[in-house]
Design a protein around this ligand. Structure first.
Ligand code: KIV
Ligand code: ZN
Length: 513
């Protein structure tokens, strides 16, 4: 008999709250639907009391998702619990996730409370939440640095008050695998009533040990793991979902546990997240990195050609990675087109497919082959796009060795055409200075990067910018064979996304865990 491990996905909460990963509501909805296909057991959709935008996104996800539990995070206050419940009450299987810090460091410096007060606060909160649901998770923040006996005491009290899952976070990624499994074993043997609740682990990757600690936790008796796609999250990230799931899948001869994740949806999920956030997966990332299944060294290639198992411990197809790509061109049909998009994680409506397919046909008439990156651009421009406040109508740039770089920009701003010229130290600087002047933006440009989507000097240039305004960061992307035009498009896309967030989500976020 093997035990099932519950996969609690926190990509949309712990992952999304880290700088640079913020997503707008439609993007969160796309990802939530993909996580449903991945068949995670619990989806933590957000922290509803942190902002109106978070509340709205959690509520929309909860209304749509049926196939898994939807959790919302709350501190111990009634306001937080009311907000969490308000956001998830319409889903089929809601879970309220309540947390409070338990380590002496946090008690002394952050909460300024003593242990008795923390236990009382946790118990009160769980009792209050019990009027709404009996599916309650309690987390002891900074659990791995908490006194063991106090952990047992607060878990016992939480379970008596109604918690059905108790979670041990290694909030600062400080634990070492042996030590962590020892702690779990201690909790299991010293917490009265622990058998009535599911024991969970939640690890961060500050020392690169999140997956190892999570597996050590499972080995010692944890039956729920909290993870994120691509391991995104605060600082060095959270435990990566794909690493844990594939470790359990690949080493089932050694690890007698299973998950009900559909592993073939791992790659589409990873890809969709990277596309939405604009943050690529590092090439050597386990399981989903571009090099994870690439064999460069001659000796490896030789072995793999003779027999794959010499150097390959997993089949790429198991994670949904298609190695035999069919090239799309002007004779490709709607079916092949839709299928390719599915493999990237885009499961679109008929209407969206129609729109994209029309644009694909226009492109295919001009080009012999359409590569995956071209499809990404189509999706970014047609599907993941927010409504435009600013639209680029005209751009003329003069630069060279003997001239002051000058940009003339025409924008449509809220339906009115405006034109201005400006200077800069280079053509992109001149363009950005002019756009900034015209839009009056208060945002700061944090990052600017140029990439080429394909090889050759005629390749599409792809520009990504990261902007920040009032503590909220967003990305902008632009693609064009002319890199100055791609840069202008990226900046304008970033400004449009900030405007969208201002209108649709409160920019001010309360302090988060
Ligand atoms: O890392 C952490 O402690 C958390 C808790 C809120 C579960 O994210
Ligand atoms: Zn965390």
């Amino acid at each position: 008999m093997t035990d099932k491990i519950t996969i609690f996905d926190t990509t949309l909460r712990d992952g999304e709250q880290s700088p640079g990963y913020s997503m707008n509501t439609p993007e969160k909805m796309y990802l939530a639907s993909q996580l449903e296909k991945l068949r995670v057991d619990v989806l933590e959709a957000g922290f509803p009391s942190s902002s109106e935008g978070d509340f709205e996104a959690v509520q929309m996800i909860a209304r749509k998702i049926r196939g898994m539990e939807v959790a919302a995070l709350a501190r111990t206050s009634k306001e937080d619990i009311d907000a969490a419940w308000g956001a998830i009450r319409e889903t089929a299987n809601p879970r309220i996730h309540i947390f409070i810090a338990t380590s002496d460091i946090h008690l002394q410096h952050k909460l300024r409370m003593d242990r008795n007060q923390v236990v009382n606060e946790a118990v009160e909160a769980i009792r209050y939440a019990s009027q709404f649901t009996n599916n309650i998770e309690f987390s002891a923040e900074d659990g791995s640095r908490t006194d063991r006996n106090f952990l047992c005491r607060i878990f016992e009290a939480a379970i008596s008050a109604g918690a059905t899952t108790v979670n041990l976070p290694d909030t600062v990624g400080y634990a070492i695998p042996d030590e962590f499994s020892d702690l779990i074993a201690y909790i299991r043997s010293h917490t009265p009533g622990i058998g009535k609740a599911t024991l969970s682990v939640h690890c961060h990757n500050d020392l690169g040990l999140a997956t190892a600690n999570t597996l050590a936790g499972i080995h010692a008796g944890a039956r729920q793991v909290e993870v994120t796609v691509n391991g995104i999250g605060e600082r060095a990230g959270n435990t990566s979902l794909e690493e844990v799931v594939m470790a359990l899948h690949t080493r089932r001869n050694y690890l007698p546990y299973f998950t009900t994740v559909n592993t073939r949806e791992i790659y589409p999920s990873s890809h969709l997240l990277a596309m939405i956030t604009g943050i690529p997966v590092q090439p050597n990332k386990a399981i989903v990195g571009a090099n994870a299944f690439a064999h460069e060294a001659g000796i490896h290639q030789n072995g793999v050609l003779k027999n794959k198992t010499t150097y390959e411990i997993m089949e790429p197809a198991t994670i949904g990675l298609e190695t035999n790509r069919i090239v799309l061109g002007k004779h490709s049909g709607r079916h092949a087109f839709r299928d390719r998009l599915r493999r990237f994680g885009y499961d679109l409506s008929e209407g969206d497919i129609d729109r994209l397919f029309m644009r694909f046909k226009e492109l295919a008439d001009k080009r012999k082959e359409i590569v995956d990156e071209d499809l990404e651009v189509l999706v970014a421009e047609e599907i993941l796009r927010v409504p435009d406040t600013y639209e680029l109508k005209y751009l003329n740039v003069i630069s060279g060795t003997a001239t002051v770089p000058t940009a003339t920009v025409q924008l449509e701003i809220a339906g009115k055409l405006e034109q201005k010229a400006g200077f800069g130290v280079g053509p992109i600087d001149a363009t950005y200075n002019t756009i900034a002047k015209m839009t009056g933006t208060g945002s700061k440009l944090l990052r600017f990067s140029i990439d080429s989507l394909t090889g050759g000097t005629d390749a599409q240039g792809s520009v990504t910018v990261r902007l920040e305004e009032e503590g909220v960061q967003t990305l902008g992307k632009g693609n064009d064979p002319d890199i100055i035009v791609a840069s202008a498009k990226a900046y304008i896309n970033g400004l449009n996304r900030l405007e969208y967030m201002k209108k649709n989500q409160s920019l001010t976020r309360k302090e988060r865990p």
